[in-house]
Design a protein around this ligand. Sequence first.
Ligand code: LR7
Ligand code: MN
Length: 575
Amino acid sequence: SQQVLKVVVLTSLVWCLLDVFILTYFSGCAETQNSFKSSHNQRFQDSVEQDEDGTPRSLLNKFIDKVPEALKPKPNRPGDGGKAVVIPKHLEAEAKEKFKVNQFNLLASELMSLNRSLPDYRLSSCKSVPCYEPSLTRKLPHTSIIIVFHNEAWTTLLRTVHSAINRSPRHLLKEFLLVDDASDQEHLKDKLDEYVAKLPVPTKVLRMSQRGGLIRARLRGAKAATGDVLTFLDAHCECTEGWLEPLLYEIHKNRKAVACPLIDVISDDTFEYITGGDTTWGGFNWKLNFRWYPSPRRELSRRGGDRTVPMRTPTMAGGLFSIEKNYFYETGSYDPGMNIWGGENLEMSFRIWQCGGEVLIVTCSRVGHVFRKISPYSWPGGVAAILNHNTQRIASVWMDDYKEIFYKMNPGVTKTDPGDMTERQNLRKKLGCKSFRWYLENIYPESHIPINYKSVGRIVNPSSNKCIDGLGRKSGEDMALLRCHNNGGHQIFAYTEDLALRTDEVCMDASSASSQIKLFGCHGLGGNQAWVYKDQQLKHKTSQQCATIVGEALMLEKCILGKPTQIWLIENFPD
Ligand code: LR7
Ligand code: MN
């Protein structure tokens, strides 16, 4: 009997330890701290009624049975498994013709299943993140999925919807809101209404009475949404296995998190699904274009070297993200004064960071997007006018004095009226948002905007009226000289506190290897990029030689005081 007692004591000890282990293991997952707490618990009950064993997968299977026969996946369709579609020879001409409609291979998309299969592309470590466990997703907020479109193709639009349905736990999908931004294509009218009525997730098509652009269309969708969270998708995406839970989990953890999936590439040519790396983040250049850049080491260190931990990104691409609905409105939703396309992603990124939120790339959530080279639709009033209107609204409201850099480089933008910005300026005051300097210092020190600079303007050689000009050349290429003009662009240099002469992404650089002055990615370490401006000369600090015009080139030569080809006027240089 002593033996038996021993066994009993031992087993209970093991159980206790196991309990403690499980508790500590899962207590790492955030508890609900949000306004939607009560509705969660309600939903938790609902789902229990629906399904005893409680895994979202089984919910999905249940619901797949309800999908009409015609919508079920069929084996061996082109593109299955994420592979490239091969257009048969006899259809090549047709494919080429159809490419023009949407600026992607429309025929390839039509040959594919709306339910095409995709491998599970996640990092293997993502599959065992405890907080993404199916049993824990019951605590997550549910989401409305908002997809806005203007003349989108039938197949890409519906593949976006199907992929989200097929790869999301049913209880987390509240509804789809498809916002038709005044399309004129026939398939997006009654045919679409009839189709979505048969979908197993409630789906509404909302229609803009006139073209409002994607920003206003999204606002329209948000207004109609009944989910706890808003999830926006472009109209040509494919969601992959496990995409939704990690996004909602981040919002559950911090209601001020804006959670973006890692965006993979769906080839515009073959519809091949091409995975992107998890080491890029979002930035922007002096034109206020969104750009992907390698994320710095410090960010990976902050994540404890764990690639499943979401990355904090300075900016987001804009099309694909989840945000808690109440927080979306609290923090100023979108700028309704923005037209058609562009800029809303930077506006939102600056605003979220400066006003106390965070923008994340959730590396365990992967969604594919058809990246195209040309925009397929009309731009009422012209591309430039639309972009100039929108970008001025970002710069003027959010960038404080740093907007000078944007305006100096892009003087043409002021020809377009940015419209009334007082409401957005008041919003910033009301929310008590931090400065752009704070954003640069704390969120994006790697940005191309120098945090401290003495001047920004042209570098003029008065006797020749030539200006130092980056000509948009890349790192490693020669610095150029060109007749001075007033159109900003690559003739605009910031003379930074650390003595660099920077034009957007590149700096004036010279090495001992040649006397030709070059462009080089700015490293902020002085060295070959340090220039001392004195006696109207630009003296290269390491070589002690001066920037000199030699024929058509900009070279380093021995400094000779007063030599006309070595005289430079740095515009706006403080006396
Ligand atoms: O007038 C319009 N009305 C619309 O409803 C113009 C566009 N749209 C729709 C359009 O049908 C599409 O569904 O808006 C969506 C986005 O337009 P795209 O696909 O032509 O834009 P994009 O993918 O080139 O643009 C990226 O930048 C935009 C800036 O305004 C938006 O933020 C897009 O959502 C964004 N896309 C992504 O972030 C996906 C990843 C691409 C990158 C980088
Ligand atoms: Mn897109």
